[in-house]
Write a protein that binds this ligand. Structure first.
Ligand code: DP6
Length: 396
C-alpha cells in the first residue's frame, strides 16, 4: 500500500441555457428566490459548455479552492458559492452518518478546477453553466442520490439561471411560493429529443462598456419599475402556460412570438427602472430588424430573437428554415468566425433583400462572431479530469 492519501475525483460538463421566458427579479435575495417562473432552452454542449472537476483528498489542506480558466477565484468571500458547498457537504455528511464504511469526504478540503470552452466575458450565461457544473461535479464526487430537480435547489443559490442548466431540453424554473424556497426548483418540460431540429444562432456583439450586472439590475427593477408588478403577476404566468403548450405541440409560430414578446417585456421593465438599464444596443436592434424582415418575407414567424443582460442576440429557428435565417446572416457576415463546426459549416449563404442599408452596415461592423448551435442535453459525467492523479490542476 502506498503512503500517499487517495485523490478522489469526479468531472462533469454542463450546458448553457437561454431563457425564452425571462427570470428578472428576486423576491428573496439571500435564498435567491425569483419574482416569477421562467423557461429556457438548454443549448448543445458541443458548442458551449463548462467543464469542472471536483476533487477531495486528505493531502489537501486549508480552504476549498476554485481555479476558473486558469485563475484562482476568491470563493471564500462568495456567499453564493459557500451556500452551495455547505449544502452539498451536509448531504454527504448525512450519507456518511448512515454508512460508516464511506470515506469522510465531507470533512476534506475541496479542490475545484473549471474551464469554459467559450470566453467568460462574451456574456453568454457562463455563470449558469459554471454553477451547474460545480454542483453536478461535487454531487458526483460525493455520490449523492439526489435527482437533478433536488440539485437544482442548490444550484439556484449559486446563480438563479444555473438551476435550469442541470437538465436538458426545455426547462422551467418554477418560482414556488414557500418562504424557505423548497419549492423553487427546475423541472424538465420536454427533453431535447422532443424537438431536436430547434436551432440557436448566436450573434456575439461587442459591448462598448460592461452593462449593469444582473443581480444589481434586478434589484433596481424590483424596487423602481412601475411596469414590473404586472409582468410578475399576470403577464409571465399566462405566457408560460401558452409557451409550454406551444412546446408540446411543436408550434414554432407561437413559441417564437412569445419568445420575442417576453424578451421585449424584460427589456421594457429594464428601461422602466430608475436609473434606466440598457442592455441592447444598435447592433442588437439591427439583429431584431433582420429577424423581423425574415419573418415578413416568409409570411409567418420562422425566427425568434431573444436578448439577455447584454447586447448579444440569440435567434431560435428550425432546421428547415436554416437557409432563410442563418443562411441570410451568413451572406451578410461570411467572414465572421464561428461558421465552422457542428451546425454552421453546411449552411449555404443566402442573398437577402429587404433589410435596410443602415441595419445591414450595423450588423457588418458590430457582430464579432457567430455561434451556430441547437438544443442539447443535461450535464454529462466524463472521465477527463482537470486535476491529475497527484491532485495537481491540469489544463486540457
Ligand atoms: C437575463 O441567473 O445571472 O439571463 O441569480 O443574480 O445570478 P443571479 O442572476 P442570473 O440572471 C439571469 C438573467 C437573464 C434571464 C434568464 O436567464 O432567465
Amino acid at each position: 500500500m502506498s503512503g500517499s492519501p487517495q485523490i478522489y475525483r469526479a468531472s462533469t460538463t454542463a450546458p448553457v441555457n437561454i431563457a425564452v421566458i425571462k427570470y428578472w427579479g428576486k423576491r428573496d435575495t439571500t435564498l435567491n428566490l425569483p419574482t416569477n417562473s421562467s423557461l429556457s432552452v438548454t443549448l448543445s454542449q458541443n458548442s458551449l459548455r463548462a467543464h469542472t472537476t471536483a476533487s477531495a483528498s486528505e493531502s489537501y489542506s486549508g480552504d476549498d479552492t476554485l481555479i476558473l480558466n486558469g485563475e484562482q477565484e476568491d470563493i471564500k468571500s462568495s456567499k453564493r458559492t459557500q451556500a452551495c458547498l455547505k449544502h452539498l457537504r451536509s448531504l454527504r455528511a448525512d450519507l456518511e452518518s448512515k454508512n460508516a464504511s464511506l470515506p469522510n469526504l465531507s470533512q476534506l478540503t475541496l479542490r475545484l478546477v473549471s474551464e469554459n470552452n467559450f470566453p467568460t466575458a462574451a456574456g453568454l450565461a457562463s455563470s449558469a453553466a459554471g454553477f451547474a457544473a460545480l454542483v453536478r461535479a461535487i454531487a458526483d464526487l460525493y455520490e449523492l442520490p439526489q435527482s437533478p430537480e433536488e440539485l437544482s435547489l442548490i444550484a439556484r443559490q449559486g446563480s438563479g439561471s444555473a438551476c435550469r442548466s442541470l437538465m436538458g431540453g426545455f426547462v422551467a424554473w418554477r418560482a414556488g411560493t414557500k418562504e424557505d424556497g423548497s419549492d423553487s426548483k427546475a423541472e424538465e418540460v420536454a427533453p431535447a429529443s422532443h424537438w431536436p431540429d430547434l436551432r440557436a444562432l448566436i450573434l456575439v456583439v461587442s459591448a462598448e462598456k460592461k452593462g449593469v450586472p444582473s443581480t444589481a439590475g434586478m434589484q433596481t427593477t424590483v424596487e423602481t419599475s412601475t411596469l414590473a408588478p404586472a409582468r410578475f403577476r399576470d403577464i409571465v404566468p399566462k405566457r408560460l402556460q401558452e409557451i409550454e403548450k406551444a412546446i408540446h405541440d411543436k408550434d414554432f409560430e407561437t413559441f417564437g412570438r412569445i419568445t420575442m414578446q417576453d424578451s421585449n417585456s424584460f427589456h421594457a421593465i429594464c428601461l422602466d427602472s430608475w436609473p434606466p438599464i440598457h442592455y441592447m444596443n444598435d447592433v442588437s436592434r439591427a439583429a431584431m430588424s433582420a429577424v423581423e424582415t425574415a419573418n415578413r418575407k416568409a409570411g409567418k414567424i420562422i425566427a425568434a430573437y431573444t436578448f439577455d443582460a447584454g447586447p448579444n442576440a440569440v435567434i431560435y429557428h428550425l432546421e428547415e428554415h436554416t437557409h432563410l435565417v442563418a443562411g441570410v446572416i451568413k451572406s451578410i457576415l461570411p467572414w465572421i468566425p464561428g461558421w465552422e463546426g457542428e451546425f454552421g459549416e453546411k449552411i449555404q449563404p443566402n442573398e437577402f433583400g429587404g433589410l435596410e442599408q443602415k441595419a445591414l452596415m450595423t450588423l457588418k461592423t458590430g457582430v464579432s462572431r457567430v455561434i451556430c448551435t441547437g438544443i442539447g442535453g443535461a450535464p454529462e459525467k466524463i472521465d477527463k479530469h482537470l486535476v491529475d492523479e497527484g491532485g495537481k490542476p491540469v489544463s486540457l
